[in-house]
Design a binder for this molecule. Structure first.
Ligand SMILES: [Zn+2]
Length: 570
């Protein structure tokens, strides 16, 4: 094709797809979207569509990279001090705004000369569609509360997993693939695009900035004081004012009484990426705004993000480095964060008046918003969190080779381990699971444990040749601590990877143990005193439980029961 015709064709194609998502109520299909990215890859030296690993449905997950220098080696780009902005789309394909918006954003970056300056500082990585299985499962009903598009994908992936809860347990092939991509590209800034559920209000775009208290302090402070305000200011100047993501006290309460900063624990995409001191954000367009308006708002946000990443590149990279340095000097690790309701910011909020009126469907009341009664009110924004737990950081964790699956999972997160080359023994810190609760029904394919408590013991331990030593003095320190401390909300223990320690293997026959118990009590006065005290305090316990008390406090009782097999070295 001659050059003029080619340029005309390009101009036509950019306009066509832009019109599609921005003016119609249609979201592109997975295959059409991928074709568009393939075309960009063919047309521009600065664009590269890279196939990576699998989605559970069998399709290949792609990464589309825009690099102004046409360098596509992540390591080299970091050496060149580029800011790597990573945009993940379609983790929930029923919320497709980002998939359409990212394509328009990418096209404008590549086609418009005026945008090329931004590419000097920032390299853009886009996952066109992350949950391909969900995206192929198109329908028009599964987002019952959402205003368009006409068709969209389904939230669950091919294994019916919510991928935005899978970042620790890593059940999905999708998650394994994305972790491989993230490890390789090591993004500085991460955006996960969504559409909201919940309350009604005037804003089209709401934003979750990764919860700042749980971040490494240098990064958390920059997030709260600089990065987030810059994004709000930029969107406001484009007449698309944002609100922090509107998390109300209950699903049926309005924002009038205040909103709560969203906490994304490590199971979430941004909770996970922020463990690597990557500045992480979730865009949540408002479900009740028309689809084209939401796509436009997402595109506007991505443009704002691009400009800020370019303008503040040096600060962003330097802050990330300080956060990494801080992490390696940490002696204590705070975890299990919870909202601190004693602190709040005053937020000027543009909402709608609402009330609870009698339902015409149910026998109760319903929440009703009045769109003809918009308001601007000052409401409390509870955006400060406090850590419920703190642990002194060990120098090492020892993971027995029997639990090699744990080491493999850690490795998939970039954790380095050393294999012991000889047997050794010593006294190490061991944890016993003293209490935990479990969900009654499966949560994302697991019976999740929570409220886990541990007690600390010093035990003589054999470390065998072939066991694994995990040094905490490494970049992935936060992921090591969040997964290996059993009481951390998203630990491997809580996700059920150590469940076999929760079952007792050996028991006793009462008529046999009766004689042994009698002997034990006569020989051990402390045991006898404790036993008598316990019996007095628990008069309803039957004879089996009384014998079990003696058994479980004797040398006959198995040490491995509820004993966390990972050892800690201080
Ligand atoms: Zn979502």
């Amino acid at each position: 094709m001659n050059r003029t015709l080619f340029l005309l064709f390009l101009a036509f194609s950019i306009q066509l797809s832009a019109q599609d998502a921005l003016t119609s109520n249609k979201s592109m299909t997975y295959h059409d979207l991928l074709e568009e990215y393939k075309n960009l890859d063919h047309q521009f030296d600065q664009a590269f569509l890279i196939p990576y690993g699998k989605d559970d449905c069998g399709e290949t997950i792609h990464l589309f990279v825009i690099s102004g220098t046409s360098v596509f080696q992540p390591q080299r780009l970091h050496e060149l001090n580029k800011c790597i902005l990573f945009i993940n789309n379609g983790i929930h394909p029923g919320e497709p705004d980002g998939m359409d918006a990212s394509l328009i954003f990418a096209k404008e970056l590549l086609y418009k000369e005026s945008n090329h300056k931004l590419l000097e500082n920032v390299v853009v990585c886009i996952i066109p569609t992350y949950n391909i299985g969900g995206a192929l499962n198109r329908n028009s009903y599964s987002r019952a509360n959402q205003d368009g598009p006409e068709e969209y994908g389904f939230r669950g992936n091919a294994r019916n997993l919510d991928l935005n809860r899978d970042f620790i347990k890593t059940d999905a092939a999708n998650t394994k693939t994305l972790k491989q991509i993230l490890l390789q590209w090591n993004p500085d800034v991460f955006v996960d695009t969504h559409v909201s559920d919940g309350a009604d209000y005037q804003y089209t775009m709401t934003l979750v900035s990764s919860q700042h208290n749980k971040m490494s302090p240098p990064a958390g402070k920059y997030m709260h004081d600089v990065f987030t305000p810059a994004l709000f200011q930029s969107m406001k100047s484009k007449k698309d004012e944002m609100s922090p993501y509107v998390e109300c006290f209950t699903y049926e309460s309005s924002p009038d009484s205040g909103i709560i900063g969203f906490l994304e624990t490590p199971r979430f995409a941004t909770g996970y990426t922020s463990l690597y001191n990557c500045f992480s954000f979730i865009t949540e367009t408002h479900m009740l705004k028309p689809f084209p308006e939401r796509v436009k708002s997402t595109q506007r946000f991505l443009n704002s993000m691009m400009s800020i990443c370019s303008e503040k590149k040096d600060e962003i990279l330097a802050t990330r480095k300080s956060a990494e340095e801080y992490d390696l000097k940490m002696e204590k690790y705070p975890f299990n964060w919870e909202t601190d309701f004693s602190k709040y910011e005053e937020l000027s909020f543009k909402g709608y008046e609402s009330t609870h009126i009698k339902s015409k469907v149910t026998s109760g009341n319903r929440l009703k918003y009045y769109l003809d009664k918009p308001y601007v009110k000052t409401i409390p924004f509870y955006n400060e969190y406090k850590a419920n737990d703190t642990i002194e950081i060990p120098k090492f964790f020892y993971v027995p080779q029997a639990w090699e699956n744990i080491v493999r999972m850690l490795e998939a997160n970039g954790v380095k381990s050393i294999r012991m080359n000889k047997d050794t023994s010593g006294t190490f810190t061991s944890l016993s699971i003293s209490d935990f609760k479990t969900t009654d029904t499966p949560f994302e394919g697991h019976y999740l444990h929570f409220n886990t408590k541990t007690t600390t013991l010093q035990v003589q331990t054999e470390i065998k040749k072939g066991d694994y030593m995990i040094n905490c003095n490494q970049k992935a320190i936060r992921i090591i601590l969040e997964t290996l401390i059993p009481s951390a909300v998203d630990s491997y223990f809580n996700w059920g990877f150590f469940d076999s320690i929760l079952q007792q293997k050996e028991w006793f026959s009462s008529y046999v143990f009766e004689d042994i118990a009698e002997k034990l009590l006569s020989e051990d006065s402390k045991l006898k005193t404790d036993f008598e005290k316990w019996k007095a305090e628990n008069p309803k316990e039957d004879e089996f439980n009384q014998l079990y008390y003696v058994y479980s406090h004797s040398k006959y009782f198995e040490e491995s029961y509820r004993r966390y097999p990972v050892r800690l070295v201080y």
